[in-house]
Design a protein around this ligand. Structure first.
Ligand code: UN1
Length: 489
């Protein structure tokens, strides 16, 4: 049986506990292998290796650090298909999406490699004569990364690549559900010749390895993507230690469809956003805020098109909707659907577990949903979407903004004035005009407002702010003591 091990100080190794847990293919319930369950001792070792490696890495010129990232990009390109297949087998997303996800990591590698020759600071005038002032970026130190199963390589790339190019070392705890993709990514770093100890993989549970990472005095920052509940806990613990955190959590993303919208385009965008990745994206469309005038037409088109979606194993190229991650997710999604029915929402299609091998849920659409119902407020993380009728753009925006999350939103309209008003007033970190809520590109800031995060951004230029400190530097070339803020004459 395939064993997914740790990678510490440049060596693949079993965990100190000797324990493993099975890894399941969600498309058919088969066991793919087993993943090491680490303890505190493994983490300690990883942190020691990272510290040692970072001491020299921070002195390597950034353009030279970037050369490793270019190699990582090239190797990912070569192995794209192979990694995509591994990813689909353990995570479930359809193969075309898995290829797209590996492409995100490739793009991120080349984009962040470019940062090796940028990492701009500022120069500014000094208050004093013959004195020079500038600010430079310096690495934070050891970056602790905690990543989810829904984007097992893309999100890991958003975090590890900027951490490395800015001179940090990495200790990474991937999700227990997707260790094969994590190992494949680490093997790419290894093959690229990255000095040992710079990327350490510590497999294990959130409650053991994750918690220990957050509390570890040798880890200088935590970058986390995952649930709101875990993110809040990390925030509390890390906050009390004055440890930097970058937190990306849930979404309750909405698409607004105005009465002048191109309805077929809106339906395309909604289906992709709501049922792509079986709704398991933090950017997934889970609310459709529709103008009442076009509600019936939109419902009819959505139901008809949903019926055409082929559900099955994501390795089948003709499948549009794959399984959800596991049985627990399946049950949680179904509970939300039952709650929706109880609270009075009208089920248009779906609403059931598809029995047989694997964990499949029928793409589900509710209508006549009130904005305050549970299914319109909480993140479901499955293929369930709620139609909420409104009578104006102002009402649509207010409904969009009435949830605790603020990741992504979209509006379909042909009216440029409405589009710009929405862009300004939708309170999410990402806004799409005439597109659904998914598909963020790696060179733009990724993240959200309110309960979605804590103000930091993954990917894009803003990612550098997570992994660097600012250092203010003053160079006095006057040859005499010049005292700032004091009259020197
Ligand atoms: C996520 O679901 O956590 O914008 C990431 C998107 C993808 C990334 C999603 N590029 O949908």
């Amino acid at each position: 049986m395939e064993k997914y091990l740790n990678y510490i100080d440049g060596e693949w190794c079993a965990s100190s506990t000797g324990r493993f847990v099975p890894v399941i293919n969600p498309a058919n319930g088969e066991i793919l292998g087993e993943v090491a369950q680490s303890g505190k001792a493994d983490l300690d070792r990883a942190v020691r290796a990272a510290k040692k490696a970072q001491a020299s890495w921070r002195l390597v010129p950034a353009p030279e650090r970037a050369n490793y990232l270019y190699k990582v990009g090239e190797l990912l390109k070569q192995k794209k298909e192979q990694i995509a297949r591994v990813l689909t087998s353990e995570m479930g997303k359809v193969i075309s999406e898995a290829r797209g996800e590996v492409q995100e990591a490739i793009d991120m590698a080349f984009y962040m490699a470019g940062e090796g020759r940028r990492q701009f600071g500022d120069t500014m005038p000094s208050e004093l004569q013959n004195k020079f002032a500038m600010s430079v970026r310096v690495p934070v130190g050891i970056a602790g990364l905690i990543t989810p199963w829904n984007f097992p390589i893309a999100i890991a790339s958003w975090k590890s690549l900027p951490a490395l190019v800015t001179g940090n070392a990495v200790v990474w705890k991937p999700a227990t559900e997707t260790p094969a993709t994590a190992c494949a990514f680490v093997k790419i770093y290894e093959e690229a010749g990255l000095p040992k100890g710079l990327v350490n993989l510590v497999n294990g549970s959130g409650s053991v390895v994750g918690e220990a990472m957050v509390g570890h005095s040798g880890i200088d920052l935590i970058s986390f993507t995952g649930s709101n509940e875990v993110g809040r806990k990390i925030n509390e613990r890390a906050g009390s230690l004055l440890k930097r955190t970058s937190l990306e959590m849930g979404g309750k993303n909405a698409v607004i469809v105005m009465d002048d919208a191109d309805l077929d385009l809106a339906v395309d965008g909604i289906l992709w956003g709501a049922f792509g990745t079986s709704g398991q994206r933090c950017t997934a469309t889970s609310r459709i805020i529709t103008h009442e005038k076009i509600k019936d037409a939109l419902e009819e088109k959505l139901v008809r098109r949903t019926a055409e979606l082929k559900i099955g194993d994501g390795l089948d190229e003709t499948v549009a909707v794959g399984p959800v991650i596991n049985a627990a997710a399946l049950n949680r999604i179904h509970e939300y659907v039952e709650t929706g029915k109880k609270e009075g929402a009208k089920l248009l299609t779906g609403g059931r577990i598809l029995h047989g091998k694997g964990f499949y849920y029928a793409p589900t659409i509710f209508t006549d949903v009130h904005p305050q119902m549970t299914i319109a407020q909480e993140e479901i993380f499955g293929p369930v979407v709620s139609i909420i009728p409104v009578s104006s753009l102002e009402e649509a925006i207010a409904v969009n903004n009435s949830v605790e999350f603020g990741l992504s939103s979209g509006i379909f309209t042909k009216d440029v004035n409405k589009a710009f008003q929405a862009m300004r007033d939708l309170d999410t970190g990402i806004v799409y005009i005439n597109a659904g809520t998914t598909g963020a590109e790696i060179h733009l800031p990724f993240g959200g407002t309110k309960g979605t995060g804590n103000g930091h951004r993954d990917s894009g230029p803003a990612a550098l702010d997570v992994y660097t400190e600012w250092k203010a530097v003053y160079v006095d070339f006057s040859g005499k003591l010049q005292r700032a803020q004091i009259d020197n004459n």
